[in-house]
Write a protein that binds this ligand. Structure first.
Ligand SMILES: Cc1cc2nc3c(=O)[nH]c(=O)nc-3n(C[C@H](O)[C@H](O)[C@H](O)COP(=O)(O)OP(=O)(O)OC[C@H]3O[C@@H](n4cnc5c(N)ncnc54)[C@H](O)[C@@H]3O)c2cc1C
Length: 468
């Protein structure tokens, strides 16, 4: 079968690319190995506690970054709406109340109004406010979308501007854990993207969680006439004698197209393309995580806790690297999805906890040891919830933990990595003409980032000039 474009993977970037191409009447197919869409940000089913029936849980959604108010223009989220012809109201965004960065000696709050963070820095680090404002100015003037940029260390740049080490660690903490493939540091372009996404624009959550976003994208794809095939793994990317990609092998069936957009990761794409293996060897990133979810019979009262997300660290240095053991309880992201507006105090309460993990350790475990370790993670995470909410007496209805092995098993990302390779291809090109990388390993990640990556590379390489 011949197509105008083939998209590999039905995560956020693949769905967005497919929609954009189908919108301009390109004959496009999205090929997805899993039985459902969403990729790293998908959902799964479990029994509905003791209530009977089944129930769906988001895999990991903490926050949709890049919040805008209705009608705001010129921002990443408004670009996403415009390019995919989606309406703001369809997302049913519930903004965060506020989040906080919690270190033993200091806490910094931030919200969808950047001035809160600026005031917090002014109050808590008075001698650093001018430096912080200079950092804000550098972020504002930096062109993070310049696709020709190479890696430059954010820590080095921060050290040149800010003299208080604690403030550097606190600024970096949420940005690293929400988007760095690099250990203990991140590319400055990525830092700027994340700084704007988290601190300038902020968090919200669609009512209904990630399934609201996935349903919108699937509906749009269908309306535009795009094709999607589930349980369809690409086993080989095919190249002709000149070294150009011309199609994919599905383990027997061959589909052809002049443009192939791969969202499965750069190293993972190289594995499927023999001529690429002779030319590049992007390294597999080491950053992977454990996610625990707890559902209680009631919400944590707002007077006890009104924070949406806590970026917790138990020392003055934030160590962002694979855990030396199975997991690292010294830091965590604690997400209270009930603390998005409108805050309600009745009904069940949910808490999600993310720990840094170590893939190699988890890989070695036999089934029973694996289950025991997951139980230890759940106990540690539960203790953290109790420490943070000492007066909460909710009854636990449901708990679940997923590990780097779960991530690898359902998304096929090597080593269960979440933020992909440390060797990004920022313009999406590979040494194989006709084959492009979209999503995480183009260097744009998170839900909004990967959707925009899919859109922009579909525009650049999938649509003829003038189409878009
Ligand atoms: C636990 C967790 C929590 C997260 N929380 C948030 C959050 O709160 N907010 C946020 O913005 N981001 C969050 N993220 C990050 C976000 O999910 C990702 O950055 C984003 O979804 C990446 O999308 P992608 O399209 O680049 O890749 P992916 O989602 O990885 O999509 C790739 C797709 O390719 C498929 N595939 C793989 N191999 C093949 C093959 N051979 N053939 C066909 N298909 C294949 C996979 O099954 C997958 O569906 C979270 C991630 C995780 C793991």
């Amino acid at each position: 079968m011949n197509y105008d474009a083939i998209v590999i993977g039905a995560g956020m970037s693949g769905l967005a690319a497919g929609i954009r191409l189908a919108m301009f009447d390109k004959k496009v197919v999205i090929l997805e190995k899993h039985s459902i869409p969403g990729g790293l940000n998908s959902y799964y089913q479990r029994r509905n506690f003791d209530k009977g029936g089944i129930r769906q849980f988001d895999v990991g959604l903490h926050a949709l970054t890049n919040f805008i108010k209705k009608g705001e223009k010129g921002k990443p989220f408004s670009k996403l709406l415009k390019q995919l012809r989606l309406s703001y109201d369809d997302f049913k965004l519930c903004p965060q109340s506020h989040s906080k960065i919690l270190f033993p000696e200091m806490e910094l709050k931030f919200s969808n109004d950047f001035e809160l963070l600026r005031n917090e820095v002014h109050e808590k680090f008075p001698n650093q406010i001018d430096s912080f404002n200079r950092l804000v100015e550098s972020v504002n003037t930096f062109n993070e979308l310049d696709l020709t940029l190479g890696y430059s260390s954010s820590r080095e740049t921060l050290k040149q501007l800010i003299t208080d080490d604690l403030l550097i660690e606190m600024i970096l903490c949420p940005l690293l854990i929400y988007g760095s493939a690099w250990e203990d540091d991140m590319d400055f372009a990525q830092f700027v993207i994340m700084f704007k996404s988290l601190y300038f624009e902020g968090f919200s959550r669609p009512e209904g969680g990630v399934r609201t976003i996935i349903s919108l994208l699937m509906k749009k794809l269908e309306e535009a006439g795009g094709e999607i095939r589930f349980k369809t793994a690409v086993t080989n990317i095919l190249t002709d004698e000149s070294g150009r990609a011309y199609g994919v092998d599905l383990g027997g069936e061959v589909l052809t197209a002049p443009v192939i957009l791969s969202s499965i990761g750069y190293p993972e794409t190289v594995r499927l393309t023999s001529v690429l293996q002779e030319k590049v060897s992007p390294r597999v990133g080491a950053m992977t995580f454990l996610e625990s979810i707890f559902v209680f019979d009631k919400k944590i009262p707002i007077i006890q806790n009104d924070t949406t997300i806590v970026f917790y660290n138990n020392s003055s240095k934030y160590n962002y690297r694979p855990a030396s053991d199975f997991y690292d309880p010294n830091s965590a992201v604690v997400c209270y999805p009930d603390n998005y507006e409108p805050l309600k105090n009745e009904g069940e309460g949910t808490v999600r906890i993310t720990y840094m993990a170590n893939y190699s350790q988890w890989r070695e475990l036999e089934r029973s040891a694996y289950d025991e370790k997951k139980e230890a993670v759940a106990e540690s995470a539960m203790q953290l919830i109790k420490n943070m909410n000492p007066h909460f007496d909710g009854k636990l209805l449901f708990k679940d933990v997923f590990s780097p092995m779960t991530i690898e098993r359902y998304t096929w990302h090597l080593n269960g990595t979440v933020y992909g390779s440390i060797d990004k291809t920022r313009d999406g090109t590979t040494p194989v003409p006709g084959l492009f990388i979209i999503g995480t390993d183009q260097g744009f990640l998170g839900i909004v980032g990967s959707i925009l990556s899919g859109i922009s590379l579909a525009n650049l390489h999938g649509l003829m000039a003038g189409d878009a």
